[in-house]
Design a protein around this ligand. Structure first.
Ligand code: ZN
Length: 315
C-alpha cells in the first residue's frame, strides 16, 4: 500500500449569503449541488457541496455560508489563495462570452507555463477563482447543468498555496505526501500528484514580502487531498505523526473520512478518503435535492430546518 495522496479532494471556503452562493456556483458556473447539509460542528449553518455530476473527488468545492453578518477574511500568506477550475481547451471563448453576458468581471486570458489559458474572476464574496483551459483535460462534463456538457467545468484544475517561504511546504509535499516537483515560472512552483494533470496539480506561490491572511468570509478555510482508502490514510497519519506533525484522529465526515494537520506555512491540510462518496445517503439522480443530516442530528431536524434560511436551486 502506497500511503500517498493522489490529487485534490475538495476545497472548503467561507461564504456570506447562502442564496447568492448557490446562484453563483450552480447558476453561473454550472456546477451541480451534490449535497445540501449543515456544518456538523454548528448545525444551524448550512454546508453546501458543489461538484461534477457524481461529486467526484477533485471536483468538490464546499462552503459554510455565514449569512450577511459574517466577518470578511483577508487573503494572504498561510492560505490557499486561488482555486482554479478546469475547462476543456476549446471552451475559452464560450466562457468569456458567458461571463460577459452574466456581467461577471474577469481578467485574462493569459498564458501560464506556455500550455494553459487562464481567466481570473471572483465569487460574490471575493473568493479568487480561475478558469483554466488546458488540452490535458479529459474528464466528462455534466450534461444537465446550467452550461452545456461540452463546455462544463470538469472539476478542479489546480490550487495555489501562498506561503512566506516555500522550502518546508515543498519538503512536506514531496517527502511525505507524494507530490512530484515539476517546474517553476516566476515565484510559482508546480507540483503534481498521482497520475497528474488537472485535478492533481498544486502550485506554491512563494511570497516572502506578502502579508499574512486572516480567516473569514471570502477566504478558503482548508484544502483536502485525496487518499485511496482508510488503510492508506492510517499509514500516512503514522508517517506525519513520526515527522512531528500534530495530526488529528480520523474523523467521520459521512461522505469521506478525514485527518487534519497544519502544514509549515500555516495552511490547514486535510487528507480525505475517496470512499464512500455522496451517494451514501441519496440516489445519484437526487443528489443535493434534500437537506441531509447525519444520524446524530436527525432528532433535531425540525429545529434545524426552522433556523436555516430558505434557499432554492436555479429553476
Ligand atoms: Zn474538508
Amino acid at each position: 500500500m502506497n500511503p500517498h495522496v493522489h490529487g485534490i479532494h475538495h476545497v472548503t471556503a467561507m461564504a456570506g449569503n447562502p442564496q447568492k452562493n448557490i446562484d453563483f456556483y450552480v447558476g453561473a458556473l454550472g456546477l451541480r449541488m451534490v449535497k445540501k447539509t449543515v456544518n456538523f460542528d454548528d448545525p444551524f449553518t448550512y454546508h453546501f457541496y458543489y461538484g461534477d455530476e457524481a461529486g467526484a473527488p477533485g471536483s468538490i468545492i464546499t462552503f459554510f455560508p455565514w449569512g450577511n453578518t459574517g466577518l470578511r477574511g483577508r487573503r494572504g500568506n498561510g492560505q490557499l489563495t486561488v482555486t482554479a477550475f478546469s475547462i476543456p481547451g476549446s471552451s475559452l471563448d464560450y466562457w468569456m462570452e458567458r461571463l460577459a453576458k452574466l456581467k461577471i468581471h474577469f481578467a485574462g486570458p493569459y498564458t501560464r507555463f506556455g500550455e494553459e489559458e487562464v481567466l481570473t474572476l471572483f465569487d460574490p464574496d471575493g473568493l479568487e477563482l480561475e478558469l483554466v483551459a488546458s488540452a490535458r483535460e479529459k474528464r466528462p462534463g455534466w450534461e444537465n447543468g446550467e452550461t452545456p456538457g461540452e463546455h462544463a467545468i470538469r472539476g478542479f484544475h489546480s490550487v495555489a498555496l501562498s506561503v512566506e517561504s516555500y522550502q518546508r511546504t515543498a519538503g512536506l509535499m514531496s517527502e511525505l505526501l507524494g507530490f512530484r516537483r515539476l517546474k517553476e515560472e516566476g515565484n510559482r512552483l508546480r507540483f503534481e500528484a498521482g497520475e497528474g494533470g488537472p485535478g492533481a496539480i498544486v502550485d506554491i506561490l512563494n511570497q516572502p514580502d506578502g502579508f499574512r491572511g486572516t480567516m473569514g468570509v471570502g477566504v478558503v478555510h482548508h484544502v483536502a487531498w485525496r487518499i485511496k482508502n482508510d488503510e492508506a490514510q492510517l499509514q500516512l497519519r503514522e508517517k506525519l505523526a513520526q515527522a512531528r506533525y500534530s495530526v488529528s484522529p480520523v474523523r467521520d465526515r459521512n461522505y469521506f473520512h478525514s485527518i487534519y494537520f497544519r502544514e509549515p506555512g500555516g495552511i490547514l491540510f486535510e487528507v480525505a478518503t475517496d470512499p464512500p462518496g455522496f451517494a451514501i445517503d441519496e440516489e445519484p439522480g437526487e443528489l443535493g435535492s434534500a437537506l441531509k443530516l447525519p444520524s446524530w442530528l436527525e432528532p433535531q431536524r425540525r429545529e434545524i430546518e426552522e433556523h436555516l434560511p430558505p434557499v432554492s436551486l436555479p429553476k
